[in-house]
Design a protein around this ligand. Structure first.
Ligand SMILES: *[C@@H]1O[C@H](CO)[C@@H](O)[C@H](O)[C@H]1NC(C)=O
Ligand SMILES: *[C@@H]1O[C@H](CO)[C@@H](O)[C@H](O)[C@H]1NC(C)=O
Ligand SMILES: *[C@@H]1O[C@H](CO)[C@@H](O)[C@H](O)[C@H]1NC(C)=O
Ligand SMILES: *[C@@H]1O[C@H](CO)[C@@H](O)[C@H](O)[C@H]1NC(C)=O
Length: 375
């Protein structure tokens, strides 16, 4: 009798435990699903090394690579992935903000027959530009025109998977982000060889960048993209590689001027398209100003060093060499704005994306990303 009572007691106890675990399970699932609340069905990323998540690992001839240490030293798993950063880049932060997985590189996804692009993919490639041929220096990249062409293939695949109507609906709510133009600016201002200068005056060069970009953008719209997050070109004349060209370590003002006239044209093109193209919505991010703020007032944003690269080699600015396995690197990556001679640290990119996501209208115009996805 006594034995039975105690075994009933055990059963009851187990039942209670089970209920407890089920409850915890349900709570965990709910918690997870709130955390992973998607603000958009998908994120499609176009651009250059600022947002490359590993496409260039698949290009046999490129020298624009980051799939070796010390890149990725602060990335989950401490692994080099092909990101030109110590950790996450702007594409990763944007995905995080949207409640999506980190974007995967298109060139690795397309190798898998059962690939599923309906939550997004990245076409971004180190060395890429609006123009084909910014990659001459890097031997190989995926220029923006090619990235758009690849998206055409992905769009077809999504239509096959979801049917035309559902695909259109999904794409219209998805976020298309474009981070491009720095390499085109470097192509004109970045070297002292005069051959590039023959492409016209700075104004003519910016105008031809813009003309090409408009064509590329328009194709993405025609494929069904409606919500665009477009980053202006940063004050690229202030990256360590450009400062290093002058003994006084000042920013390359000509390159900064080139970036700013292009940005002006870009913003007015977007304003024009919003009136012209049905349902087109955008966030234009003033990368130039926000990034320059980090460089000019580092302490305000928690940085100690905004001129020199963290990882690299030689010279005051460690900007004569890329970040290579034998390079030295700074011990605290969070107090540097620049990871290597061209690219921001994870810490800088976090601030950039936070500002794009929920920052004021003067930086994220006419709406920030949070507002864009809720339209
Ligand atoms: C593709 O992924 C989406 C969401 O990420 C999912 O709803 C869908 O079922 C997947 N399709 C296939 C064929 O796996
Ligand atoms: C880049 O090359 C492709 C294919 O050769 C061509 O169709 C396209 O117009 C070129 N783009 C630019 C911006 O020159
Ligand atoms: C270096 O910077 C100084 C001061 O801004 C400027 O006068 C000079 O032209 C620059 N030199 C080069 C080679 O850009
Ligand atoms: C690294 O730098 C950040 C930002 O300046 C600072 O908050 C942090 O305390 C530093 N960490 C160490 C270990 O010094």
């Amino acid at each position: 009798m006594k034995k039975m009572a105690s075994s009933i007691h055990v059963v009851k106890h187990n039942l209670l435990l089970q209920m407890f675990y089920s409850l915890m399970f349900i709570i965990t699932i709910n918690f997870k699903s709130t955390r992973a609340d998607k603000l958009a069905p998908a994120l499609f990323v176009f651009g250059d090394s600022l947002v490359d998540v590993g496409n260039n690992n698949h290009l046999p001839f490129t020298i624009a690579r980051a799939n070796f240490p010390h890149n990725g030293i602060d990335f989950p798993g401490h692994k080099p992935t092909g990101r030109f950063s110590n950790g996450k880049n702007a594409a990763d932060f944007l995905a995080e903000k949207l409640g999506l997985e980190y974007p995967l590189p298109y060139l690795s996804m397309r190798q898998n027959k059962n690939n599923n692009f309906s939550s997004g993919v990245s076409f971004a490639s180190g060395g890429a530009g609006i123009f084909n041929g910014t990659d001459q220096l890097y031997r190989q990249s995926i220029p923006l025109d090619k990235q758009v062409e690849y998206f055409g293939t992905v769009q077809e695949k999504i239509v096959q998977q979801l049917g035309l109507q559902q695909a259109q609906k999904t794409l219209s709510k998805s976020v298309f982000t474009i981070v491009i133009g720095s390499n085109d600016i470097f192509g004109y201002y970045g070297s002292s060889t005069s051959s590039q200068m023959k492409k016209g005056t700075p104004l003519q060069y910016a105008a031809s960048m813009l003309l090409a970009f408009k064509g590329q953008f328009k194709r993405l719209y025609d494929y069904g993209g409606r919500k665009f997050v477009i980053f202006g070109v940063a004050a690229v004349g202030c990256c360590p590689a450009q400062r290093d060209r002058n003994k006084t370590e000042v920013c390359n003002e000509a390159a900064n001027f080139g970036a700013s006239i292009y940005n002006k044209g870009l913003l007015s093109a977007l304003q024009y398209y919003q009136k012209q193209l049905k349902d087109f919505q955008y966030t234009y991010f003033d990368t130039y100003t926000v990034f320059l703020n980090l460089i000019e007032q580092p302490a305000t944003y928690g940085f100690k060093e905004s001129k020199a690269a963290c990882c690299g080699g030689l010279g005051n600015l460690h900007a004569k060499l890329a970040c290579l396995p034998f390079s030295t690197y700074c011990s605290n990556r969070s107090d540097h704005v620049f990871w290597d001679l061209y690219h921001p640290t994870e810490a800088a990119d976090r601030i950039i994306v936070d500002t794009a996501f929920s920052g004021p209208r003067k930086y994220a115009f006419p709406v920030n990303v949070q507002q864009l996805v809720s339209i």
